[in-house]
Design a binder for this molecule. Structure first.
Ligand SMILES: Nc1ncnc2c1ncn2[C@@H]1O[C@H](COP(=O)(O)OP(=O)(O)OP(=O)(O)O)[C@@H](O)[C@H]1O
Ligand SMILES: [Mg+2]
Length: 251
């Protein structure tokens, strides 16, 4: 069964007249259960808006989204979101940030400790459990964000340019880490990025959106084998996809 269905979705901010801004128009998409999907498109085409609606932060003005046939309404633990901006709690240690969701839901001390150990390790922060966010680099804070969302064990992982602000090397390492984690958990991922290479390296499918109002311009199926290795970025197949997508984004 397909996991997420976006059905004739449109969204307009503001009400009528000069204030109305149609950001998304007639979007139809299906994200298969357990697949890794990227969304690319120029700045302002509505990528974050689409992702926030999938998270249930607000409703579309037209159309709907369904998760396993159930209309998405309001936020839910099943759908976890890593925001474009850093969202760690500065007043909590790394471990406490990561176990925040389970703690809210009444996990016992033992369960919390288990979750903290598992996810700090998974996001490569073992040894930093008792550090404060201010003691971490930007990339490490982003990993805390990701670990916290993972610790909630959502079925759907919504990621909005999570590696956007990182240097190329850190970014590549985190992409590989993310793929390793995804291989072990097989969540349905929707990953927004500006970065064509990142989209190809990570995804099964790439949705290319056109400029505002955002529409689905093209869907690229990426059939590169998995596990993905860094060397693949230089293969002819990879570069051919990159050239094709780059030409699309250029207009
Ligand atoms: N809450 C809001 N109220 C009014 N307009 C909004 C709101 N949120 C976003 N917009 C507008 O909607 C458009 C799409 O914004 P969105 O953040 O979805 O773009 P994006 O594709 O994520 O861009 P970027 O790649 O720069 O992150 C922009 O023109 C933005 O100004
Ligand atoms: Mg955005």
């Amino acid at each position: 069964m397909p996991e997420i269905v976006v059905d004739k979705l449109s969204h307009t901010f503001g009400k009528g007249g000069v204030d109305a801004l149609t950001v998304l128009k007639d979007i139809d998409l299906t994200f298969e259960s357990g697949s890794f999907n990227a969304i690319i498109g120029t700045s302002g085409c509505g990528k974050s808006t689409l992702l926030k609606m999938m998270a249930g932060l607000f409703d579309p003005t037209d159309g709907e989204m369904r998760l396993d046939g159930e209309i998405i309404k309001g936020t839910n633990q099943r759908r976890g979101m890593v925001f474009q901006q850093d969202a760690v709690f500065p007043w909590m240690t790394v471990a406490k940030n990561i176990s925040y969701g389970p703690r809210l839901r009444g996990a016992s001390k033992d369960e919390q400790r288990e979750i903290e150990a598992k996810w700090t390790e998974m996001v490569g922060l073992k040894g930093f459990e008792d550090r404060w966010p201010r003691e971490l680099s930007g990339g490490m804070r982003k990993r805390v964000d990701i670990g916290r969302v993972y610790a909630n064990d959502p079925d759907v992982l919504l990621m909005d340019e999570p590696f956007g602000a990182l240097d190329a090397q850190t970014k590549e390492r985190m992409q590989s880490d993310l793929l390793n984690t995804w291989r072990q958990t097989r969540k349905t991922v929707v990953f927004v990025t500006h970065d064509i290479e990142e989209a190809i390296f990570l995804s099964d499918r790439i949705v290319v959106m056109s400029a505002r109002p955002g529409r689905v311009h093209h869907i690229e199926e990426v059939s590169l084998p998995r596990p993905r290795e860094d060397e693949m970025r230089l293969t002819e197949e990879f570069l051919a996809i990159k050239r094709r997508l780059w030409a699309m984004l250029d207009h």
